[in-house]
Design a protein. Structure first.
Length: 380
């Protein structure tokens, strides 16, 4: 990447864009360019881009496209289309009217680079700095936090299916890593029939007693496999496989064994004895996904918490020289996003509001816009 300042808005682009904008509300993209100027400078993103190779699109201008894309809720393809045909975006980016823009894949590549270099919050930080300099966000102001669910890319499983799929996934991993050892450690033919198909390819028994019996069979088989993996003559590296670690954790959370003179008895834990939702694994394939419940809606995955300022006009500092706080606008200040965080699905909005640190000193909390419900275990 070769950092360079943003180009000035070409004269013809400015003339045509302003003529069209005069017929309706002034477009957000054009107002951002007029009032914030070069919002995202290329050198701020230099760490994520190499210095050799074919020059690409300016990361600073891609950052602005990403912000406007979020504001308008556009897909990557739609955002690239807007850059190619929208005069307001050409104005904001300083492009000639005949500039072809870029391929939609450039946006996802840009986001990937930011994530790989730990710069996920860089764009928001730069935007907040610019807004603070213009008095639109102030330290100690009011803010509120709301959240929305994010579904994990896994299938929802009840406790019976979760046990069977976890054991099946572990056997698949061992079959790939140590096939000869596995053939000697477990009854391959019997277990192949039991754990070969994925849980979504067949229907569990309708009878409660048969379902409970199947759950106990899973439990005994899981403990037998864990004992084999941890046996003195087993390769030590087997127990370090991620799938084996997941199996061990899942069995600790869902089963317990009682050893008596009559032998070993395996039982499933009752719902009241399960670990809290924040600790419970919900999938053998995504160990960060959790069961979530908010406003009567269940899901498996995560939450995105978005904090926004919520100052009223009376909360703002007096404006010097009679100038409007927001150029060209009257009335209360806009509500602006001040923080974004992704957590597991059990974290409540109130927790995120209390620990928000985007404004210093700590922001005052506005009344919450929604409420969260504590997570309870999913059905058996």
């Amino acid at each position: 990447m070769r950092p360079r300042p943003w180009p000035k808005v070409p004269e013809l682009t400015a003339q045509v864009a302003r003529a069209v904008a005069a017929r309706g509300p002034y477009p957000l993209a054009m107002r951002v360019r007029d009032e914030l100027g070069e919002l995202f400078a290329d050198p701020e993103f230099a760490e994520a881009f190499g210095t050799r190779g074919r020059p690409g699109w300016s990361p600073g201008r891609l950052a602005l496209v990403t912000v406007l894309q979020f504001a308008e809720n556009l897909t990557d393809r739609a955002a690239a289309h807007r850059v190619r045909y929208g005069m307001d975006l050409k104005y904001a980016l300083g492009l000639e009217l005949d500039d072809p823009g870029f391929d939609a894949s450039v946006l996802s590549e840009f986001r990937t680079r930011l994530v790989e270099h730990g710069m996920e919050e860089k764009v928001l930080d730069l935007l907040l700095t610019a807004l603070k300099d213009r008095g639109l966000v102030k330290a100690g102001g009011k803010q509120r936090t709301d959240s929305t669910r994010v579904l994990a890319a896994v299938r929802d499983l009840n406790r019976l299916e979760l046990a069977g799929e976890t054991l099946r996934a572990t056997l698949e991993a061992l079959a790939c890593s140590a096939p000869d050892w596995l053939a000697q450690a477990v009854p391959v033919r019997e277990w192949a029939d039991r754990y070969g198909p994925r849980t979504h390819s067949w229907h569990p028994p309708a009878s409660t007693s048969k379902r409970e019996e199947m759950a106990l069979v899973y439990g005994r088989d899981g403990f037998a496999l864990l004992e084999a993996v941890h046996a003195p003559d087993a390769p030590a590296w087997l127990r370090e496989l991620p799938a084996v670690q997941v199996l061990r954790t899942m069995w600790v959370q869902n089963y317990h064994r009682t050893v008596t003179e009559a032998g070993t008895e395996v039982k499933r834990r009752e719902s009241k004895n399960l670990p809290p939702g924040r600790l419970r694994l919900a999938s053998p394939y995504d160990t960060d996904a959790r069961y979530g419940l908010k406003q009567g809606s269940w899901w498996t995955g995560y939450k995105i918490h978005i904090s926004e300022s919520c100052d009223d006009a009376d909360d703002q500092d007096p404006v010097a020289d009679g100038q409007a706080l927001i150029p060209g606008a009257d009335g209360p200040p806009p509500h602006l996003i001040t923080g974004i965080a992704t957590t597991d699905a059990t974290v409540t909005d109130a927790e995120m509001t209390e620990r928000s640190i985007t404004c210093s000193p700590p922001a005052i909390s506005c009344p919450p816009s929604t409420s969260s419900t504590p997570v309870t275990p999913p059905p058996s």
